[in-house]
Structures are given as structure tokens and as C-alpha cells.
Design a protein around this ligand. Structure first.
Ligand code: ATP
Length: 209
């Protein structure tokens, strides 16, 4: 039995600001699989996630993900503060063709906050609103950068359940996190992929994008 992978990285090197951060990264994520990214601050976790999300090209190697496969949750919550929780989620749901937002609101315990302007949420509530978007994208590959920042223990548990359910439905997840989410997932340690000694200067200049 072999299912098509949702993500394949082959001999990937990544860079930020013209500096190679890591090289030789190879991985495959299939339906139902998660991978945890670990490494010290500045080791390139965010840069790798940005590269997988297509926000920047790899310095070398190939990144293969299905078309419209990736849902990327970055450090920023990406919410509209003047809109209510419902209005934010309705906007995202419409973008991705999802009609019913109630299951998503329930899954992240946001139903009681549905009519509150997003700008009046606490930091952890804002983070939950940023993450709940994942549920209405319908996209199979979740690429998540420190998703649990500002979440309390109960919210971390809700998030871990959402990821587990997503994997159970045939999705996959690549997650940079410093905390244990209780997932049965292997760890990719960035320190195992040292940068190439020679860095091509200016291979990607993000000031031009
Ligand atoms: N916009 C940028 N321009 C140039 N260099 C950058 C930029 N953003 C980050 N960097 C540098 O790239 C390196 C990798 O950063 P990155 O954010 O990928 O690391 P990280 O492993 O996610 O770190 P953290 O654990 O602190 O989130 C760091 O040395 C950082 O200073």
C-alpha cells in the first residue's frame, strides 16, 4: 500500500538574507503523518516553514507539495481586529468555500466569543482565532510556526485534538514547536542539517518581493 505523499523535500537548502541556514534536508509527509521541527532560536525553523509554504524558494533542492495543499499559520495571527470573531471566520470560510463555521468555533472554544471584536480578545483567544482558520481551509497540509504561543493548557489540548483529528482525516502537519503536543510524531532536529560552507549571496532578496 502506498499513498501519494502530501509533501516531499529533496536535498533542500534554505537561506534567509543571503545566508544559508541549513542544507541536505530531505523528508516525506504522507496522509496521517506529522513531523515536529525542533532547533535553537535562529536555526531556521521559520525559514524552512516559509520555504515549504512557498513564500520563498529553496536555495537548492526541491519542495514538492500538492497544488493548494498548504495551510500556513505563521507567528502572526492574521486577524482583522475591527471584525468580530464570527466575521473573521466567515471571511476565511468564504475564501475557502466552507459554509458552516460552527464546528470550527466549537473546536476552538470560540462560540461564546463569536460576537466579540477580535481586537478585544486576549492574546490566547486571538491565537485560537488565528488557528481556527486551519479548520475552514479544507487544505491537507498544515504548516505551523509555534502554534501554541500564548495558549493555556486547555487550549493546547484543544489544538492538539484538532491536529489529531486532522491527521485522522488524512491530513498532514509540519509543526515547529518547543512544547510536547502529545502527538506520536517524529522530530526533525535542525542542528542535524548544517549550512553549506559556501553561501550563494543574494540568491533570494526578500526586499524585492
Ligand atoms: N527578514 C530577515 N532578513 C534577514 N535575516 C533574517 C530575517 N528573518 C530572520 N532572519 C535570520 O534568519 C535566521 C533564521 O531565522 P528563523 O526565524 O528561521 O529561525 P527559527 O529557528 O525559526 O528561530 P526561533 O526559534 O527564534 O523562532 C536567524 O539568524 C534570523 O536572524
Amino acid at each position: 500500500m502506498s499513498e501519494a505523499p502530501l509533501l516531499t523535500l529533496t536535498d533542500v537548502a534554505i537561506e534567509r538574507g543571503g545566508v544559508c541556514l541549513a542544507s541536505g534536508i530531505g523528508l516525506t509527509l504522507g496522509p496521517g503523518q506529522a513531523l515536529i521541527l525542533r532547533g535553537p532560536n535562529g536555526s531556521g525553523k521559520t525559514t524552512l516553514l516559509r520555504t515549504v509554504a512557498g513564500l520563498q524558494p529553496p536555495l537548492s533542492g526541491t519542495v514538492q507539495a500538492g497544488p493548494e495543499a498548504v495551510a500556513y499559520a505563521a507567528h502572526s495571527d492574521g486577524i482583522k481586529t475591527t471584525l468580530t470573531v464570527t466575521e473573521n471566520l466567515t471571511f476565511w470560510a468564504a475564501m475557502f468555500g466552507t459554509r458552516d463555521i460552527r464546528p470550527a468555533l466549537d473546536a476552538f472554544a470560540l462560540t461564546g466569543l463569536a460576537n466579540r471584536p477580535a481586537g478585544a480578545l486576549s492574546a490566547g483567544q486571538k491565537r485560537r482565532l488565528g488557528l481556527v482558520r486551519l479548520l475552514v481551509t479544507g487544505r491537507p497540509l498544515w504548516v505551523l510556526d509555534e502554534p501554541t504561543v500564548a495558549l493555556d493548557a486547555a487550549s493546547v489540548a484543544l489544538f492538539a485534538k484538532a491536529v489529531t483529528d486532522h491527521l485522522g482525516q488524512g491530513g498532514a502537519a509540519l509543526i515547529a514547536t518547543h512544547i510536547d503536543l502529545g502527538l506520536d510524531a517524529p522530530v526533525l532536529d535542525m542542528t542535524a542539517y548544517p549550512p553549506m560552507p559556501e553561501t550563494a549571496p543574494g540568491a533570494f532578496d526578500e526586499t524585492l518581493t
